[in-house]
Design a protein. Structure first.
Length: 228
């Protein structure tokens, strides 16, 4: 028998037709099964909730003396000699428990610097000889708009970290020609009279696109103030 002998052309056409018909029926069945949802469908992904705007807010929460001067705000709190007499430093008064008594004129000041109020004495920072300046332990006099070195005189390691950009917040440009670097002052974040930063709720965790996780049980608990 000749292995290269072609089948007669009419039979070849009939085979092709049968094959194509078979394939059409096959695919139609697959399509029907797909529409009938035989294998189930991927579950819809949960909606990713928007992050509360408070977590994206970048404005420093405290306005410093320098900010207030730049914005031409009411500076009467800093006009010490409108009320005090030059050359007569106001005496610091204490109650029976040796807690500083804050006069009502300074009622906006909350004194809580350090555990056990270790650094509440006004003249640790203010200059009794000239209330319009701050004084550093080594005798330097500083203007109100240059308070970080005052903080640094007692918080050396933090000050060093701040100077190198590891503590606090640095923004601006690497290229000094475009505007240079801005570094927030200590008092943009810490109230000098009560410097502890209040605890805040953590931002929600990241959203995984592929999986859904139940939040760990403790995530719902409210954060608590650290105790000393
Ligand atoms: C609105 C008026 C007013 C202004 C402005 C003012 N003070 Fe006073 N301050 C007072 C009065 C009143 C007392 C209580 C005086 C007393 O007890 O003899 C006082 C008390 C003080 C005391 C003693 C605090 C205590 O608890 O015993 C210090 C320190 C002081 N002031 C510093 C300042 C400095 C620094 C400034 C400016 C940055 C300033 N004051 C601005 C009215 C003022
Ligand atoms: C740890 C240092 C420190 C101590 C202690 C301190 N101050 Fe101040 N105080 C500052 C600095 C720094 C500023 C300026 C902050 C700024 O730029 O906003 C200031 C601002 C002020 C002002 C003007 C702004 C305002 O908040 O009214 C007054 C008044 C004042 N201090 C009074 C006092 C009195 C009274 C005491 C003691 C009860 C005291 N301070 C203790 C560092 C201190
Ligand atoms: C005269 C020294 C002195 C100066 C100046 C000073 N601090 Fe303090 N600070 C202390 C002491 C002491 C503590 C308490 C440390 C402790 O309790 O372990 C403290 C605690 C703190 C804390 C921890 C929070 C707390 O209340 O326990 C922060 C934050 C802080 N200071 C920030 C500042 C800032 C910002 C300035 C400048 C405006 C400043 N300090 C200036 C002495 C100082
Ligand atoms: C951008 C905001 C920011 C600036 C600017 C900043 N700090 Fe802080 N600082 C923080 C935060 C947030 C913490 C952590 C508070 C906490 O853990 O309770 C902190 C912690 C501290 C602590 C330790 C408090 C503790 O309980 O152990 C000290 C001290 C301190 N800062 C001092 C400074 C000094 C001094 C400067 C300026 C030279 C400064 N900070 C500038 C935000 C700032």
């Amino acid at each position: 028998m000749d292995p290269f002998k072609q089948p007669p052309p009419a039979r070849s056409g009939a085979r092709t037709n049968t094959l194509l018909a078979g394939l059409t029926v096959g695919f139609a069945c697959l399509a029907a099964l797909l529409v009938a949802n035989l294998w189930g469908r991927a579950p819809a992904r949960p909606k990713i909730p928007l992050v509360a705007p408070s977590f994206l807010e970048t404005t420093p929460w405290r306005r410093s003396y320098a900010d207030m001067v730049a914005a031409k705000e009411d500076m009467s709190d800093f006009d010490c000699y409108a009320c005090h007499e030059k050359g007569k430093p106001p005496p610091i008064r204490f109650d029976a428990n040796l807690k500083i008594v804050i006069p009502k004129e300074h009622a906006n000041i909350e004194t809580k610097h350090g555990t056990h109020d270790r650094n509440n004495l006004c003249y640790n920072c203010h200059n009794e000889a000239n209330l319009l300046t701050l004084q550093v332990r080594d005798g330097r006099e500083l203007k109100f708009d240059n308070s970080p070195p005052l903080c640094g005189s007692c918080h050396g390691p933090t000050y060093r970290d701040w100077e190198s950009g590891a503590h606090g917040r640095t923004s601006g440009f690497w290229d000094t020609k475009q505007g240079g670097i801005q570094r927030l002052a200590c008092v943009n974040c810490h109230n000098p009279h009560a410097p502890q930063i209040p605890t805040r709720e953590p931002a929600p965790g990241p959203n995984s696109l592929r999986e859904t996780f139940a939040p760990p049980a403790h995530a719902a608990a409210k954060p608590t103030q650290p105790s000393h």
